[in-house]
Design a protein around this ligand. Structure first.
Ligand code: ABN
Length: 173
C-alpha cells in the first residue's frame, strides 16, 4: 500500500510540475467549445442553404393583397391561428393542393405557390380572400381553386387555406 501511495504521489507531483491550472482549463474549454460546435456545423450549413433559397419577402400575410395569395380562394390561415405556411392548431394540412404562380414584388421573380387547405375543423370565417389568378372553371378540376382540397386527410371539413412557397417558377424565354 505504501508503495502505491508513493507511486501516485510522485506521479501527481510530476504532472502538477509539468502543467499549469490555466493551461489545463484552456484545453478543457477548447474541447468543450469545439465538441459542441462539431454537431452544429452541418445544421448551420443546411440553414444557410435554406435561407439562400427562401425568397426575400415583405408585406402583411394577413392581408389578401399579400403577394403569395395571387391565386387563392379561401379563408387565410394567417387570420385563423396559423400562418401563410402553417395550419392552425387542431387542423391537418391537405397533401393534395391547388398550385399557382405569383410574382414576388421584392425580387421580381415568379414563385410556385401551393395552396394547401387546412382541414379538420369547421370553416374559419375570417379573412376571406378570392384573387383567382390563373383559375379555370371547375370542369377542369385540376385547374380550379374553388374546390375543397381536404382530400387524403382524416377529416374532409375545410377550415382555411395556406400559401406555401414551393420553388422558383421557370421564367418565360
Ligand atoms: N380551396 C378552398 C376552398 C375550400 C372549400 C370550398 C371552396 C374553396
Amino acid at each position: 500500500m505504501k508503495f502505491l501511495d508513493t507511486l501516485f504521489e510522485r506521479q501527481t507531483r510530476q504532472l502538477a510540475q509539468r502543467s499549469s491550472r490555466r493551461g489545463m482549463l484552456k484545453s478543457l474549454g477548447g474541447l468543450l467549445v469545439g465538441g459542441a460546435a462539431v454537431p452544429l456545423l452541418p445544421v448551420a450549413r443546411a440553414s444557410a442553404a435554406e435561407s439562400a433559397q427562401r425568397p426575400q419577402e415583405e408585406g402583411d400575410e394577413t392581408a389578401c393583397e399579400y403577394w403569395r395569395y395571387c391565386a387563392i380562394d379561401g379563408f387565410l390561415c394567417s387570420c385563423c391561428g396559423g400562418s401563410a405556411n402553417t395550419c392552425p392548431p387542431g387542423t391537418e394540412m391537405s397533401p393534395i393542393t391547388w398550385i399557382g404562380t405569383c410574382r414576388n414584388p421584392v425580387d421580381g421573380r415568379n414563385y410556385v405557390i401551393s395552396y394547401n387547405d387546412c382541414c379538420g375543423k369547421s370553416v374559419c370565417g375570417a379573412c376571406l380572400c378570392q384573387r383567382d389568378e390563373g383559375d379555370r372553371p371547375p370542369y377542369r378540376s385540376d385547374k380550379t381553386n374553388d374546390v375543397n382540397w381536404c382530400l387524403g386527410t382524416s377529416s374532409a371539413a375545410y377550415h382555411c387555406s395556406t400559401a406555401v412557397v414551393v420553388g422558383v417558377a421557370f421564367e418565360d424565354q
